[in-house]
Design a protein around this ligand. Sequence first.
Ligand code: CA
Length: 297
Amino acid sequence: MKRISKDKVIYTFSPSHEPAEKVHPGEFILFETEDAFGGQVKGEETPPDKLDWSRVDGATGPVYIEGAEKGDTLVVYILDIKLQDRGAIAVIPGYGGLSHLDFNPKAKVVRIDRSFIYFGDLRIPQKPMIGTIGVAPEEGEIPTGNPGRHGGNMDVSELGVGTRLYLPVFTRGALLALGDLHAVQADGELCVSAIETPGEVLVKVDLIKGKQPAWPILETLDSFQVIAAGKDLDEASKNAAEAGVKALMKSRGISFEEAYMLGSLVLELKINQVVDPLLGVRAKLPKELVKIDDFLE
Ligand code: CA
């Protein structure tokens, strides 16, 4: 198993980054991660509007996967997520789904145990998830705070232990990086942050050669989900739904019109987040109707 220290942090996904480590398909990798605030929110007195933004939204990596080439799919098995016992959340004027309202900056530090987070006198079941996980684009660089076809800051509440993520590979070695763990986050991530905490993520990686999805695909126990992004929720919904309907056409051998109708009955559009530089929507299909190959071209 390869361990990637959280000192190996990137703030952009880019083919020009030096790999932190090289692994082979089938290998296990343990990523240590800092929280999305870069560890800057230490207590309720921390002024969250004074954060050093150059240290926010880091991802640990990147890891070079031997044999990965443009046109392939990187499969990431999310095997375990360990959280620290404290997390932080903050609201910052001008940010989040209610950025049009007037409010004050405020931070909150919460206790996390094996099962719950403690928000004031409320106990909320924890549901650990990975906010940011992605690969390098073919050229240029994409800030780690953005979601896109390469993955990135997708903030999908269901991207937790036991799931698999299928990422399109754009560059030799794929250059996988991840971070931004949340102890719990609801769909939408309304206030711009969730329960942000450092931790460790154990994954195994594998490759599917010569074909890839248009957008990252999440596989859960009972679903496949197209994770799309767009400049607004309309565009993100269209991107997610189009890939979902195409998968239905392929899996059922039916016309666009038939698959479009079927989509109304079985394809669920869910909001990932409404707070990042691009907004995120996922199209969720039951496993009875599609398999991973239906999303790959
Ligand atoms: Ca995030």
